[in-house]
Design a protein around this ligand. Structure first.
Ligand code: NAD
Length: 419
């Protein structure tokens, strides 16, 4: 293991390293494993944007389909300056494993554009989205590849994507999930990832002896995932004591007033400057002693340099791939349990699946139905992951990957692709 960590791995290498651990335990033949360490289809497209002030800017857009054995490719679209092919590959392969962990009939994909949506007008954002959609159109399809929101995109962006796709293909609401409800989106999709994190927190707290009532919670990221997770945990009696986002952080040992913090963020676009808490440098978020730590921002944020400062009893990965393998290893040695991304944040893709189902039969569920089905799916997945980890005497991440890799391998074999 030390050898692997001598040089910094890329995000895709990190995910493949985790995959390799599970594949090794399952004794998957190398010829099969090497196929799973690559992606089925990769698109890189030039996206030229005419800014409102007349300037012309060039971005690059990506859509990567990792594996489609269990169903259509599925995965979000990220708008962030750091987006590149390696990151998109990593996130696409995580989607393959995530959809398999929650046992929904999808493969894995991801996409993105290396732009900064915070510096763009709404008109520019819409133009960029429509251009990007046209450029990746040939890879999409209601039964082929179905995008969704991710960092820097939201329901409005998905609505534009659906509209642009529909210009060529006709009315196709099932081409994208995470749309506004008025366009065929599912009730409960916006809060689904945070609600899934909450359901996981309930189960994991019970298993690892942490009382949820009064638990001190620290969250990195207060966007879609972080803010909804904070709200559900707060409503269940936990104390969200610290939150950080890209601009800064806040701390209140007695527990933040989450509703007031949400109102502040709606107005200021950041948690920084929230009057009912003390400022906290965003770099110090992981040092804050807590019971539950939830990274819910970007990948690779917990690494060998900062893992030693973590003082938490339980970590729940709201973000995708937030902990690198080196830090993961150290956390395991320190006996700090980690609930992995492919289980903990699967609530979003699960309700995306419900949305797709509703769009396909044009009949829509009420919020209780969405919540009940989400809870059922996440709880089943938790139990499956926990028993897989126990059976193989390993951690939850490896247990989840063994479950997922086994399901994909089985589907591949039954299809007649691998003997
Ligand atoms: P978002 O864009 O709504 O929010 C991202 C948050 O992270 C913001 O608060 C931003 O300020 C913060 N952030 C960015 N850089 C930061 C930094 N350097 N330090 C601290 N905070 C920083 O994105 P989201 O949809 O909430 O996604 C967050 C994570 O969850 C991503 O890893 C995403 O892939 C994952 N995820 C999202 C969903 C979903 O349904 N939205 C589903 C599964 C996984």
């Amino acid at each position: 293991m030390a050898d692997t960590f001598r040089r910094k791995m890329t995000a895709f290498e990190e995910v493949n390293w985790q995959y390799g651990k599970a594949a090794g335990l399952l004794e998957i033949p190398e010829a099969h494993a090497s196929i799973m360490r690559n992606c089925y289809r990769e698109l890189k497209v030039q996206v030229v944007l005419h800014r409102d002030d007349g300037r012309i800017e060039e971005y690059f857009g990506f859509r990567v389909q990792h594996n489609g054995t269990r169903g259509p490719y599925k995965g979000g679209i990220r708008y962030h300056p750091s987006v590149d092919m390696d990151e998109v590959r990593a996130l696409a392969s995580l989607m393959t494993w995530k959809t398999a962990v929650v046992n929904i009939p999808y493969g894995g994909a991801k996409g993105g554009v290396n732009c900064d949506p915070k510096k763009m007008s709404e008109n520019e954002l819409q133009t960029l989205t429509r251009t990007f959609t046209r450029k990746i159109d040939m890879a999409l399809g209601v039964y082929r590849d179905i995008p969704a929101p991710d960092v820097g995109t939201n329901a409005k962006v998905m609505g534009w994507l659906m509209d642009e796709y529909g210009r060529k293909h006709g009315y196709s609401p099932a081409i994208v999930t995470g749309k506004p409800v008025a366009l065929g989106g599912s009730k409960g999709r916006e809060s689904a990832t945070g609600l899934g994190v909450f359901f996981i927190a309930q189960r994991a707290c019970r298993d690892f002896g942490v009382a949820l009532q009064g638990a001190r919670v620290v969250i990195q990221g207060f966007g879609n995932v972080g803010s909804w997770a904070a709200r559900y945990l707060h409503d269940a009696g936990a104390k969200v004591i610290a939150v950080a986002d890209a601009e800064g952080g806040v701390l209140e040992e007695r527990g933040l007033d989450v509703a007031a913090l949400e109102a502040h963020v709606r107005e200021k676009k950041t948690v920084a400057g929230f009057a009912k808490a003390s400022p906290l440098p965003k770099e110090r978020i992981f040092e804050t002693p807590c019971d539950i730590l939830i990274p819910a921002a970007l990948n690779g944020v917990i690494h060998e340099q900062n893992v030693g400062a973590i003082n938490a009893r339980l970590i729940i990965e709201g973000a995708n791939n937030p902990i690198n393998p080196h830090a993961d290893h150290i956390l395991a040695q320190r006996k700090i349990p980690v609930v992995p991304d492919i289980l903990a944040n699967a609530g979003g893709v699960t309700v995306s699946y419900f949305e797709w189902v509703q769009d396909l039969y044009s009949f829509f569920w009420d919020p209780d139905m969405v919540r009940t089905q989400l809870q059922r799916t996440i709880r089943h997945a938790y139990v499956d992951v926990e028993s897989s980890a126990r059976r193989h005497d390993t951690d939850l991440r490896t247990g989840a990957l063994i479950l997922a890799v086994g399901r994909v391998q089985e589907a591949t074999r039954i299809r007649g692709i691998f003997p």
